[in-house]
Ligand binder design. Structure first.
Ligand SMILES: NC(=O)c1ccc[n+]([C@@H]2O[C@H](COP(=O)([O-])OP(=O)(O)OC[C@H]3O[C@@H](n4cnc5c(N)ncnc54)[C@H](O)[C@@H]3O)[C@@H](O)[C@H]2O)c1
Length: 292
């Protein structure tokens, strides 16, 4: 997409982080907005900032882990604007912990929040986009964790690899169908958002407070790592130019941390050799995950 003015953007996760700065950038570019998030009070603030910039905006409080809520979000956008030109799936959470300790309920939560939420939205939005005139775009937020894995967060890596694979496969299907819709997947390393506070966005259906895991040292360490890694990440204000520049160029993979690119290549090259994960070989790349 080259010209964003008067186009309609539906953005999940727009109360904080990537979703919020991409909503503000969309407003600056003259787009009409439908903004969704589970954090209603923070969403109100994004809506206010976008409308102060002169944008037409609707607020759609939505828990994207629920398929019926996502259906409602998409239908409300269609009812208001009659079309959707850009869908940004940015709602998501992070859940640290080794597989032998992390409660299964947390797998359920992250699979719904980071993967199935996007499935629900794609199922509803693609048919709408295909019925309308003109080109439309969909941006799924994945992560560098969808291209290169590392220790501590198997549930997170599982969902992010799934988002990358799903987005690639949908792009093939759209090409085969000669559809007017282009897919994109955003794969950043650490960026200073609000992601370290994912616990604040845990829906009631996934609460698990009685589980001893949440008073364990492993959980506390995971929270401390998240706090350090996210707050020392790339400044969030660099993201709008990176993402909108990539959308203008029609890039499929949107990358933001060039120091990690050799790690993507190293992983791909090791696969045909049969050589698997090697913590010592990964270590130098992990130093690049915060680079701006
Ligand atoms: N920040 C990073 O370093 C980083 C790196 C790579 C990928 N990501 C991914 O980017 C995406 C956005 O995260 P962020 O970093 O902007 O974090 P963030 O916490 O700042 O923003 C995420 C937003 O999603 C919303 N959300 C969470 N659960 C929801 C639900 N069930 N329904 C609706 N909204 C919900 C939150 O309220 C929040 O507004 C996530 O998928 C995350 O995994 C983040």
């Amino acid at each position: 997409m080259k010209d964003f003015k008067d186009k309609v953007a539906l953005i999940t996760g727009s109360a904080h982080g990537f979703g919020k700065v991409l909503a503000i950038e969309s407003a600056k570019r003259g787009m009409k907005l439908a903004l969704a998030d589970v954090d209603e009070s923070a969403l109100t603030e994004t809506v206010k900032q976008a409308s102060d910039l002169g944008a037409e905006v609707i607020s759609i409080p939505t828990d994207v882990t629920e398929e019926t809520a996502v259906d409602h979000m998409v239908q409300t956008t269609k009812d208001k604007y009659g079309r959707i030109d850009l869908l940004i799936n940015s709602a998501g959470v992070a859940v640290p912990g080794p597989i032998w300790e992390l409660p299964t309920r947390d797998w359920d939560w992250i699979l719904h929040a980071d993967l199935l939420s996007q499935v629900y939205a794609l199922k509803r939005v693609i048919p709408i986009m295909r019925q309308q005139e003109g080109h439309a775009d969909i941006l799924n937020v994945a992560s560098m964790a969808g291209l290169v894995s590392s220790p501590l967060m198997p549930a997170y890596y599982a969902t992010k690899f799934a988002v990358v694979g799903m987005t690639e496969a949908v792009e093939y299907d759209l090409q085969a169908a000669k559809a007017n819709v282009g897919m994109h997947v955003f794969c950043p390393a650490f960026v200073h958002t609000d992601l370290q506070h994912s616990e604040n966005h845990r829906p009631a259906a996934y609460t698990n407070t009685d589980d001893p895991y949440y008073s364990s040292d492993t959980f506390k360490q995971g929270q401390a790592f998240a706090e350090k890694d996210i707050t020392t990440g790339m400044p969030l204000d660099k993201i709008p130019d990176i993402v909108f520049g990539a959308l203008e160029r029609d890039d499929f993979y949107i990358l933001s941390h060039p120091g990690m690119n050799p790690a993507i290549v190293a992983r791909a090259q090791s696969i045909p050799t049969g050589k698997g994960p090697d913590l010592a070989a990964l270590a130098p790349f992990l130093e690049k995950t915060h680079d701006a």
